[in-house]
Design a binder for this molecule. Structure first.
Ligand SMILES: [Zn+2]
Length: 353
């Protein structure tokens, strides 16, 4: 049985090609973080090697070994692994050495299963040389070898690579669908299921991690508290926050993008609260705070700032100077009504257009 939830179109496509006995040589699974790409890739590796009549059964020796990461013919290649790595530090990119090792293994026959499966996690992190090396393997497919590339952003991969893969898009679940999966499927209490379905934006992996690891939600709340402190802080503290994010950006871009997404969620929630749609907000556990805060901004102020956050995300993707764009964002946090230094909406529009 396929473990991935809410991706029935993609699953039926895969099942159809497996039933015909003609899987693609390479798949590219595209979708936001925690949407279920790795779960689907593991399921596909199981289906290719399952011993039961209706694969993937999840119960045969082969399926169980793959689930536990112990199958000799299924390898995951990513920043934190290269098959036999003992390195403690995560790499900055997937190296050509990792892909050369894959090429070597791919040319050996399957050891215990029917197919050799190589899952490249975070394929957008392949170095330029590694991507070219992988391309050579994709150009000359080897029998009974399947590559599964996972990415959050296919535009960061060379088109020569993506064009040689069957591309499958995984979409986040609707909030109600995610809530049902968490509540009836996993037995999470209704109130928590509703909150996690919203906070995860339908990316069930995030919700499941938050449900099973208390520290996950705690960290989320700490970041949100910090965000609110920064909104109320003076320029000195806002700039310190910008510097801190910029420094973090050079270490871990994804982490900073997640924090910017948190900002975007909060300000979108303020917009929804402002126009009287607070029943659709993401941070439902903070709805009273949001409704109160929304009263203190004009609709124009909220809209402008949402645009600014989105622009920063785009500029960072285009390799703008992170310190500069984040400082500019901090400068553009609108002033609340009724506070010292307040400017009216009319003045704001004159100043900021
Ligand atoms: Zn099985």
């Amino acid at each position: 049985m396929w473990q991935v939830v809410g991706q029935s179109r993609v699953v039926s496509l895969l099942q159809h090609s497996l039933e015909k006995g003609s899987p693609a040589h390479a798949y590219l699974l595209i979708g936001p973080a925690h949407v279920g790409k790795m779960t689907l890739a593991i399921n596909l590796a199981q289906a290719l090697n399952c011993e039961a009549s209706q694969p993937p059964c999840g119960e045969c020796a082969s399926c169980q070994k793959i689930a536990l990461g112990n199958h000799a013919d299924v390898q995951i290649i990513g920043l934190t692994s290269n098959g036999n790595s003992t390195e403690a530090k995560p790499r900055a990119e997937i190296s050509i050495d990792q892909i050369r090792q894959v090429q070597h293994l791919a040319n050996l026959p399957p050891f215990e299963g029917r197919y050799k499966v190589f899952i490249v996690d975070g394929a957008e992190q392949l170095s330029h040389e590694a991507a070219n090396c992988l391309l050579k393997t994709l150009e000359e497919p080897i029998g009974r070898v399947v590559f599964i590339l996972l990415t959050t952003n296919e535009s960061l991969l060379p088109p020569t690579v993506t064009s040689r893969c069957q591309q499958l898009k995984l979409r986040p679940l609707a909030a109600t669908e995610a809530e049902a999966a968490l509540n009836s499927g996993l037995g999470i209490d209704p109130q928590k299921a509703e909150l996690l379905a919203r906070l995860s934006h339908g990316c069930l992996g995030w919700a499941i991690m938050a449900a099973t690891d208390g520290a996950w939600l705690q960290q989320h709340n700490q970041q949100l508290d910090r965000l609110l402190d920064v909104i109320n802080a003076d320029y000195e503290e806002r700039f310190a926050y910008a510097s801190q994010l910029a420094a973090q950006f050079s270490q871990n871009r994804g982490r900073v993008q997640e924090i910017l997404d948190l900002w975007l969620d909060w300000w979108r929630d303020l917009l929804l609260a402002k126009i009287g749609c607070s029943d659709t907000i993401t941070n439902i556990d903070r709805s009273a705070e949001l409704i109160d805060m929304a009263r203190r901004y004009s609709l124009a102020q909220i809209k402008v700032f949402i645009g600014n956050i989105q622009a920063v995300g785009e500029q960072l993707k285009l390799n703008a100077n992170p310190q500069l764009v984040l400082e500019t964002l901090m400068l553009s946090i609108p002033e609340k009504k009724g506070e010292p230094g307040e400017i009216s909406t009319a003045q704001f529009e004159v100043n900021y257009g």
